[in-house]
Unconditional design. Structure first.
Lengths: 245, 285, 338
């Protein structure tokens, strides 16, 4: 649980790749306990924003505040240990280890002297249970269907016990039933006290799920409001029509 | 008393050979992403090939023969081994270095560890700017630039050369454009091997030829390519001249045993301060 | 490398060994280990002619498992591990040659190990932050520098001839065998424990997908660094031990890059990332090199045979001979293969 109203705050974030500006002076905040939607057409810069937050890229300008602490430029593992976890668009399982070991890795203490420790079997079962993977712990990621691999990614992220969870295009590649299940699980995470940010390029899928929406286009924030307000916003409509790739 | 002119002349000679040593390694590493640890052994095959053929034929024949033998060896190495392991970086590392060791041991059995000198391509020396320069060194210098020029033309102007460049940027893209990737890879290895053979003949003349020469040759290639920047031919050449002159200065002012030490230390500095080298792209995983 | 710690079966191991090492072994595997162990500790009894070779191989076990705990796990392939052992050996040698020939081993030994670790860190610290190939290059270069330094400063190092003032542990082969066996088994046991522990899991994960490990909240640089230290300390021990084995320290047996490559070959042939694989690999390759091939082919041609065998194994069994054998025993015992 966060100790502040705005556990994640982005202030004037910019990212340039050579001559290209992918993110342009972006500022927004994430409020404690909300499910925030982060949308925009393809190429709007959504993933870049989160890559900067997680320090996969270094931000060109701006600052990131996590639980009111300036974490700009911190190492990825430091950010994760500070309460921010992210489920990437691409799955990243360790193929030579079982599902259980994959999750277990994310519970291990950050010390080269901690030979024992981390979650035991029951704890991993309960983590896996939250994403309906409890009966697949012995399997190898390479032999699982896409939806289960995505579940594993989420299990890994929540295994770090985050205050805030970023989900990058979580519904991609899922069918309707799976989308419904996942939305339900996301709501349950919020009940348990997590703050969530869900990124997607598809408005429709998110609207019923989120409390608030921020819209990004060409690296800039163009709208910030409730789903209804956003649906009516002219700028947003134009962005999606024009930015359709 | 060492004078500037001697250093310039000697440095240029050595650097031109170093450029040849590094260019083949750079081709394979930069273009194919494969680190061929047998590169030093290919250079050594060039040197010993020259030695052997020179035993029954004149120097120029031995020279052509050495290039051909090394090029062929490189081709066989690719088609017979690396082709099957290149997906696994670690195994390729190990396999190519083991091949180098096998070549070393075979040559030791045949020739013993004693260093030998190679009969120079062109005999004699001429006075240049107050110092006596061996003719073959001038030949090496000129030929190296000719070879590099030919390489440039090959890569830019010929269909095969352009295919090699294209494949280096995107193998899938190249395949979609109808490029026969296996053929292009094989050609790259052949060319790289030929350059190694070329370098071997002159390195073997410049320094001595022995079955352990591959280690320093490999080290040199690695150092030059890293300092110059992976994937940049221009960088490789500039780095080769940098190292060549560094070594010449070292031998002149500090002592022959120190040769190579400063190049190694420079390499460490570059890896730490600027891993992509002088002209390379950033090494993104 | 792909042994997983699945606790899907309820009661994994009924024995202390299984719990300490986080492993399940069926009776064929346990049987094999028991037979191998018993055979090993009784070598002087059933084949006294092999005692020397096995004593020498004991020290190479130390090198092999030390290489494996870092490079075999994280896939940061070090081409310069002989730098560590060579430096330790040369420290011992330099101290006895240049300072005091009667300096006590209780001083030279720990100093040698410390020097190896510190010098190793000087190379490892900057290079572990970079990607794999640069690490390999730096380690390769470290050996070249050290070898060159030995020749440059031959006033102190006696160059190619080496230093002979190092005390020999014992001239009795059987004594030597046990004197080297104990540290070898101890080190192998400790590194096996580390490998099977959480730390080993992290190191192996780094070797598969370093970015994922960072996302797990784990400081990969720190883990790699300590993995290197867990490797460098026994390398130093092995190097100093080898110095007292021969009584003579020179570049060819201790330092040159060929020795580093042998360590890699042993671990790869045995099975990278398993610790036990390299143990077997060490005995196998040293035995082939110094006993079998030497007898049939002589001290020179044996190398061609050895490296050819290594090459074939690398291509046909990239996971390692002993890993393959272990999996075979696994299937024999009815276990599913992963």
């Amino acid at each position: 649980m966060s100790t502040t109203d705005t556990p994640l705050r982005i202030d004037g974030l910019s990212k340039h790749f050579g001559g290209l500006t992918a993110v342009d002076d972006l500022s927004f905040e994430v409020r404690d306990g909300e499910i925030l939607g982060f949308i925009g057409p393809n190429g709007a810069g959504k993933s870049t924003v989160f890559n900067c937050i997680m320090s996969v890229y270094g931000a060109s300008e701006g600052a990131v505040y996590l639980n009111d602490e300036d974490v700009t430029g911190w190492d990825t593992h430091e950010i994760v240990n500070h309460g921010l976890a992210r489920v990437s668009q691409e799955s990243n399982p360790i193929d030579t280890m079982s599902v259980e070991d994959n999750i277990r890795l994310f519970t291990l203490p950050n010390s080269p002297f901690a030979f024992t420790g981390g979650a035991d079997h029951e704890e991993i079962v309960s983590i896996a249970d939250r994403v309906e993977l409890a009966d697949k712990l012995g399997e190898m990621p390479g032999s699982m269907p896409h939806a289960d691999v995505r579940r594993l990614e989420i299990a890994k992220a929540i295994a770090t016990d985050p205050d805030i969870l970023l989900l990058d295009e979580p519904f991609a590649g899922l069918n309707q039933a799976e989308i419904r299940d996942l939305s339900e699980e996301i709501r349950e995470f919020r009940e348990e006290g997590m703050t969530l940010v869900v990124v997607d390029h598809n408005m429709k899928g998110l609207m019923a799920l989120v409390d608030r929406v921020i819209v990004l286009n060409e690296g800039r924030k163009i709208a910030d409001g409730t789903p209804e307000e956003i649906a009516d916003d002219e700028q947003v409509q134009r962005a999606y029509l024009a930015g359709a790739v | 008393m060492v004078d500037v002119l001697t250093i310039l002349v000697t440095g240029a000679m050595i650097s031109s050979v170093y450029a040849l040593i590094a260019i083949g390694f750079s081709l394979i590493y930069g273009v194919r992403g494969v680190i061929n640890l047998s590169h030093g052994a290919l250079i050594m095959i060039g040197a010993f090939g020259y030695l052997i053929i020179n035993g029954v034929a004149p120097e120029w024949v031995a020279f052509i023969g050495a290039i051909a033998v090394a090029g062929l060896a490189s081709l066989v190495l690719y088609l017979g081994l690396v082709r099957y392991t290149e997906h696994d970086v670690v195994i390729t590392f190990l396999a190519t270095v083991v091949v180098a060791l096998i070549v070393q041991q075979l040559l030791t059995l045949q020739f013993s560890l004693a260093p030998r000198s190679l009969s120079p391509l062109v005999p004699g020396g001429i006075p240049v700017a107050g110092t006596r320069v061996r003719v073959y060194q001038i030949v090496a210098f000129v030929l190296s630039w000719v070879a590099l020029g030919l390489l440039y033309l090959f890569v830019r102007r010929t269909k095969l050369g352009r295919s090699i460049l294209a494949t280096s940027m995107s193998e899938k893209g190249a395949k979609l454009n109808g490029v026969n990737v296996l053929y292009v890879n094989a050609a790259t290895w052949l060319v790289a091997g030929a350059f190694a053979g070329f370098a071997g003949v002159f390195l073997g003349s410049l320094q001595s030829t022995s079955p352990t020469m591959w280690v320093n040759a490999l080290g040199l290639a690695f150092i030059i390519v890293t300092i110059g920047g992976v994937g940049s031919i221009k960088g490789t050449i500039i780095a080769a001249y940098l190292i060549g002159f560094l070594e010449t200065l070292t031998v002149s002012f500090v002592g022959a045993e120190w040769r190579g030490m400063f190049a190694l230390l420079l390499l460490i500095g570059i890896i730490i301060a600027r891993p992509q080298g002088l002209f390379g792209r950033e090494f993104i995983e | 490398m792909s042994e997983s710690v699945t606790a899907v079966e309820e009661e994994s191991s009924e024995n202390v060994l299984g719990r300490v090492f986080n492993a399940e072994a069926n009776r064929y595997q346990m049987g094999f280990l028991a037979v191998a162990f018993l055979g090993l500790i009784t070598v002087p009894m059933w084949n006294p002619g092999w005692t020397y070779v096995f004593a020498f191989a004991n020290i190479w076990v130390i090198f092999a498992v030390s290489w494996d705990i870092i490079s075999g796990h994280t896939n940061y392939i070090s081409f310069g591990h002989s730098f560590l052992s060579g430096l330790a050996a040369y420290t011992t040698a330099l101290l006895t040659f240049n300072v005091d020939p009667n300096m006590s081993i209780y001083i030279t030994f720990p100093v040698s190990v410390a020097v190896a670790v510190v010098a190793g860190l000087a190379f490892a610290l900057p290079s572990l932050r970079l990607s794999g190939p640069y690490f390999s290059l730096l380690t390769f270069v470290s050996v070249l520098i050290a070898t060159k330094a030995v020749y440059i400063f031959s006033g102190y190092t006696n160059g190619e001839m080496g230093i002979s003032t190092v005390s020999v542990l014992t001239f009795d082969n059987t004594e030597m065998f046990y004197l080297t066996l104990v540290p070898a088994l101890l080190i192998a046991a400790i590194l096996l424990y580390i490998s099977r522990s959480n730390v080993g899991l992290v190191l192996k994960a780094i070797g598969q997908n370093e970015r994922a490990v960072e996302s797990a909240g784990l400081d990969t640089t720190r883990f790699k660094l300590w993995g290197f230290i867990y490797s460098a300390i026994p390398m130093g021990v092995g190097g100093a031990l080898l110095a007292h084995f021969f009584g003579n320290v020179e570049p060819i047996a201790f330092l040159i890059v060929d020795r580093s490559i042998e360590m890699i070959a042993i671990a790869a042939v045995g099975g990278m990332g398993t610790i036990l694989g390299p143990v077997g690999g060490a005995y196998l390759l040293i035995f082939l090199r110094d006993e079998l091939f030497r007898a049939f082919l002589g001290p020179n041609a044996r190398w061609v045979a050895l490296w050819s065998v290594v090459l074939i194994l690398l291509v046909t069994s990239p996971d390692g001979l002993f890993t393959r054998f272990w999996r075979l025993l696994d299937r024999l015992g009815g276990g599913g293969s992963e």
